[in-house]
Design a protein. Structure first.
Ligand code: 0O2
Length: 221
């Protein structure tokens, strides 16, 4: 019913979703450019995969209702930060923080909020670095600032989160209470994998510090 009401004000809603889609395109390009540059310099790709998603109208309305916000377009823009989401799956743990630093050096990207679930994993074991950033899109007659949720995680973190999402996250009949510790142990195992792969990388020919130094960004303007 609410979704119908929302969508009847169709034009404004469609425009807003188009702007978020454009913001995702801009953000995806930023990460692709960083990956290309790094790959050219070091013959190694810090990004394994990128996924983007726009929140569905139903989930937008559900979230507005849940949080008691008005159901209209400006309320979405003011109150919700995750309409446009980009997930950047990184090769190694260091790459997560290297890409965060590189992104935040872009002078058209402003950090609004940061949640580091790698430094402080969620109770169930979920790990990822979440950033809410604002970035401009350039339209014919205006520049619009758009919010994007960026999730940075390693392949191991994504493995756990993708499977947990299927069997437990927000599910009514998720994993029984008694088995939650096993889920947590699996998250610990994925964290251990990240640590061991980072150690192995240090031992191979690639000088991590060399990469880091050479790829240290100055503020780009
Ligand atoms: P989906 O289905 O992935 O789109 P907020 O109300 O926004 O302030 P929220 O939404 O809880 O708080 O923010 P948080 O904790 O930063 O999580 C946002 C997103 O992170 C989720 O989006 C998931 O994509 C992911 N996430 C967070 N916790 C978990 C978890 O325990 N397991 C998994 N698999 N993913 C998680 P959505 O929209 O909730 O879900």
């Amino acid at each position: 019913e609410f979704v119908g009401m929302f969508l009847r004000r169709g034009q404004a809603f469609m425009e807003m979703m188009t702007y978020y889609r454009c913001a995702l395109m801009e953000m995806e390009t930023k990460f692709n450019v960083m990956n290309e540059e790094f790959s050219l310099q070091f013959d190694r790709e810090p990004i394994s995969n990128i996924k983007t998603r726009l929140k569905s109208p139903q989930s937008i309305v559900d979230k507005l209702l849940r949080k008691d916000f008005p159901i209209d377009v400006s309320s979405v823009e003011d109150n919700l930060n995750d309409i446009a989401g980009i997930r950047v799956i990184c090769s190694f743990l260091d790459d997560v923080y290297m890409l965060e630093e590189a992104l935040l050096k872009h002078d058209d990207v402003t950090l609004i909020e940061k949640r580091d679930y790698i430094a402080s994993p969620k109770k169930n074991g979920y790990r990822s670095l979440h950033l809410i950033v604002s970035t401009p899109i350039f339209l014919a007659h205006e520049k619009r600032m758009m919010k994007v949720e960026v999730q940075l995680r390693t392949i191991a973190m994504d493995f756990w989160a993708s499977l947990e999402h299927q069997i437990n996250y927000k599910k009514k009949n998720g994993i029984p209470q008694g088995n939650l510790s096993e889920l947590y142990e699996c998250a610990e195992m994925s964290a251990e994998l990240d640590r061991r792969m980072a150690e192995l990388r240090k031992k191979c020919g690639i000088a991590r510090d060399g990469e880091k130094e050479a790829f240290h960004y100055e503020k780009i303007s």
